[in-house]
Design a protein around this ligand. Structure first.
Ligand code: FES
Length: 463
């Protein structure tokens, strides 16, 4: 079969594809991002590219002006490759992750600034993983009970721990671990997330590692993924990092992702892409925090219902079809490595439960973290993302609504709308004397479009 070479600029990346390949699919396969709000359906006009050398078949659309077409602009999702071509991806069709990790102008209140014991008592910060330093007596002819019995008995006597169960990998190493440091070891215990279940011993290490008890909290957003490394004893945040969810190349909103997941091996692709994004972020925060990956015992993951299902490899197709039912509201804990995460074998992954198809674990995490479910006064909590949710209530009742905010915040359906990346108008004012309008762009460069904060500010100022 005839093959063609595509050169992507400005990345100077060459790929070889079969004659007749769709350009946006070729870019996806090569790991090159081109905005695709509608998931390649040809309706959003976001996947503009410029053909600098050679020609592509088709690629035309009423979304492109006559001048654009003359300059070589085409829609990537409608372009078919028939010969060698050089394609330039303009800024408005690409992503700029540098803005995601800019320092916030507002002060972030971290847990360590609050009273940790009060937070633990109130249940607002109560990690279900604990490390216990345990010393047991050496076996003798008079006391030849098993190693496992010694550990269970020791934990009962020294820490009043009950209903304990070993995991098999711990038992496989137990005899050596106990004897490595004169029968002193650190036992990692996971509390059950639901009543009636047992406490699991997920890890044991020789010596004292009680102070090294860390967790990773991950928020999988439709557009961005953000994670932090936390010390579960003190609540201290040791490192954080965010990046675009690699799935955005396959559709910018939840619905386009579900549509993509229904095509061929789309669901598998989306799962591996988001796992990849998470692993890259984990690598970054582990490096920044200088924590040993073996000391990460727990990963918590919050995401909207569709993102959760796609991450777990659960078919989300019924989330978008009446009567809109998710596969499940609760997800059992599992080993993080079984989800493809690059962490220690014993680390457990806990997913926040969802409430319905469009009220997911992300807003549940917000309600839990803010403690609003436990107060007398009314609280309004807003989670503004590509999919936005609003909850109002107190300890008596809570009610929630959700809608898509992506069009406002990522430019979907707005002629010059764009994400908050360099060149996006983010602020607007009017000189009170001359009435001269003024704009500020991210990166203080020539404007390329307008992002959500620009749109809202402009509306407010004009009003
Ligand atoms: S028009 Fe090409 S991805 Fe939407």
């Amino acid at each position: 079969m005839k093959t063609c070479t595509i050169t992507f600029l400005p990345y100077k990346k060459d790929i070889v594809v079969n004659d007749g390949e769709n350009l946006i699919r070729a870019a996806m396969e090569a790991g090159i991002h081109i905005n695709a709000s509608c998931g390649g359906e040809g309706v959003c006009g976001r996947c503009r590219i410029c053909v600098e050398q050679g020609t592509v078949e088709d690629g035309l659309s009423e979304r492109l002006s006559k001048e654009d077409i003359e300059k070589g602009y085409r829609l990537a999702c409608k372009s078919i490759i028939r010969s060698d071509v050089v394609i330039r991806i303009p800024v408005e069709s690409s992503v700029d992750a540098s803005v995601l990790n800019l320092a916030s102008p507002r002060k972030k209140v971290s847990i360590e600034e609050m009273d940790i014991s009060t937070l633990k008592e109130s249940g607002k910060f109560l990690p279900p993983v604990e490390k216990r330093l345990l010393t047991v007596s050496e076996p003798s002819h008079e006391d030849n009970s098993s190693d496992a019995s010694r550990v269970i008995q020791g934990l009962r006597e020294q820490y009043n721990e009950h209903r304990l169960e070993f995991e098999m990998p711990v038992l496989q190493k137990l005899p050596d671990v106990l004897r490595e440091n004169d029968f002193q070891s650190t036992v990692t215990i996971v509390r059950p997330v639901r009543d009636g279940h047992k406490n699991h011993i997920i890890h044991m290490a020789a010596g004292n590692h009680v102070a090294q008890n860390y967790a990773i909290a991950i928020d999988i957003g439709t557009t961005t993924v953000y994670a932090e490394v936390l010390n579960t004893e003190t609540g201290e945040i040791l490192a954080s990092y965010g990046d675009f969810n690699g799935q955005i190349s396959y559709g910018e909103d939840v619905i386009s992702r579900i549509v993509f997941s229904e095509k061929g091996d789309g669901a598998k692709k989306l799962q591996s892409v988001v796992v990849n994004t998470i692993n890259k972020i984990i690598e970054k925060i582990i490096h920044r925090s200088k924590v040993d990956i073996q000391d990460i015992s727990m990963i918590t993951i919050a995401a909207n219902t569709s993102m959760t299902q796609l991450f777990l490899g659960i078919n989300p197709r019924y989330v978008r079809r009446a009567p809109y039912v998710p596969a499940t509201m609760f997800y059992p804990p599992c080993k993080a490595v079984h989800l493809g995460l690059n962490v220690a074998d014993h680390a457990i992954a806990l997913m926040y439960p969802c409430v319905s198809s469009y009220v997911g674990g992300d807003i549940v995490a917000g309600v839990m973290g803010s403690g609003m479910y436990n107060t007398d006064e009314l609280t309004l909590f807003i989670d503004m993302g590509t999919n936005a949710e609003i909850v109002i209530g107190n300890k008596e009742w809570l009610t929630c609504a959700a809608c898509s905010a992506g069009p406002a915040f990522e430019g979907g359906g707005v002629e010059h709308g764009m994400r908050a990346s360099k060149g996006a108008i983010e602020d607007f004012s009017i000189d009170p004397i001359t009435f001269e309008p003024m704009i500020l762009t991210i990166g203080n460069i020539r404007p390329k479009g307008i992002c959500g904060s620009g749109l809202l500010t402009m509306l407010a100022v004009l009003f």
